[in-house]
Design a protein around this ligand. Structure first.
Ligand SMILES: [Zn+2]
Ligand SMILES: [Zn+2]
Length: 397
């Protein structure tokens, strides 16, 4: 990387190179008056910050001129750091940079420009997540990040949210929360308002209901190190997996399909004007079903179970609030019989309201590369192509 050195202000011209270096190093931590006295400077306390030369960053370069970026030196206690800039073309690591490079990118590569600007939130905060190699991140992190970047939109105050997106992050709101909390807890994202520096949220059954992340606003917190922000964000958007085990893939497949089954339950109840109440038992039962059947067959199993429960309600045998519970008992009963009696369970298609979510699309198209089979085939028994398995490992070293 080429280096261009910042000019030294005439009021600091009498300092030796070592003294100047010492001054720059101590400026963030020490009181201005102490430095002024010690270095014999003829400036006021207010003026000193203006003449301390910017530091040369060694890990950031201008994508246009290939020189190291400079950054204004500020007091350490300031929560926000200064935006690094290019001394040649004035390119700034900022979503509103107007340099030629950024203007061209906005014109000719709008998606890349959008992602670059999404990736810029981290600059403002000191605690950040450094990503060196995208494909060394855990598989789940790669999946969640790719899906989030596709769905989140940026508002005019530069914050990301899911609020105005026309896309669906995951099949249901519990799963949305799971994804967002994971990204927050692993420092890929920060919440913009309530918890600007740390997210203390642990996902428990009770706050799964409480948090509605679709209305929250976020900032990305990813430090690209010496990579170009735009390039890094593109890699996160289009993850290429190379090291993964079949077990990991099946686990994620089950996680997504579990959420798709629950989406069906929630919606079916909604149509009956019954609000869904999350329960661990439902999750376990769905998991059991997915051990033998795909989501498409879950649709018809639960469809029949809810019909049976509603029939009981119409006959006056149960109350409306019991319908959910009774339908789950019925479902468990069907599952046992379906296995024992080898039922030929009908496969049903997605409904207009259960269109595929982005997390599901990314996983089945990019990671597993089986497309719609994720919905039509059983996640436990379907044979996964060995090509994407970790068997490549040894040859890759
Ligand atoms: Zn430049
Ligand atoms: Zn620029």
């Amino acid at each position: 990387m080429e280096m261009k050195l910042p000019p030294v202000h005439e009021m600091l011209a009498h300092l030796t190179e070592e003294q100047l270096e010492d001054l720059c190093k101590r400026f963030p931590h020490e009181k201005n008056q102490i430095l002024i006295d010690e270095f014999g400077l003829n400036v006021s306390v207010a003026w000193l910050p203006k003449i301390v030369p910017p530091r040369v960053t060694h890990d950031l370069q201008c994508p246009h001129c290939k020189v190291s970026l400079w950054q204004k030196v500020v007091k350490i206690k300031k929560e926000e750091s200064e935006i690094p800039y290019c001394p040649v073309c004035d390119h700034k690591i900022d979503s509103f940079c107007m340099c030629k490079y950024c203007e061209d990118e906005r014109r000719f590569h709008p998606e890349k420009a959008r992602l670059r600007s999404v990736g810029l939130g981290y600059r403002k905060y000191k605690r950040e997540k450094t990503i060196n190699q995208v494909n060394e991140l855990p598989l789940l992190d790669q999946l969640y990040l790719s899906a989030f970047l596709r769905v989140a939109t940026k508002d005019n105050s530069n914050l990301l949210s899911l609020l105005n997106s026309s896309l669906k992050l995951s099949p249901n709101r519990y799963c949305d929360s799971l994804i967002i909390v994971h990204l927050l807890n692993n420092s890929y994202l920060k919440q913009s308002s309530e918890y600007p520096y740390e997210c203390p949220i642990e996902l428990s059954d009770s706050n799964k209901e409480r948090f509605n992340f679709s209305t929250d606003f976020f900032i990305t917190n990813i430090n690209p190190g010496n990579q170009d922000v735009g390039e890094l964000m593109m890699k996160l958007y289009y993850p290429e997996i190379n090291k993964v085990t079949e077990l990991e893939l099946r686990d994620i497949w089950k996680m997504i399909t579990k959420a798709e089954c629950l989406e069906y339950v929630i919606h079916t109840l909604q149509e009956l004007k019954i609000s869904y109440k999350y329960s661990k038992r439902h999750e376990e039962l769905i998991e059991k079903i997915l051990h033998h059947f795909p989501v498409s067959q879950f649709y018809s199993l639960y469809g029949s179970a809810i019909k049976a429960a509603v029939y009981k309600k119409e006959q006056g045998k149960i109350e409306l609030h019991q319908v959910l519970n009774v339908s789950m008992n019925q479902l468990e009963n069907y599952l046992e019989r379906a296995i024992k009696e080898r039922w030929n369970v009908t496969k049903c298609n997605r409904r207009y309201w259960s269109s595929q979510s982005v997390i599901s699309e990314v996983f089945f198209n990019y990671f597993l590369k089986i497309g719609n089979s994720g919905f039509w085939e059983c996640p436990h028994t379907f044979e996964i192509d060995v090509d994407i398995d970790a068997s490549k490992d040894e040859t890759n070293i």
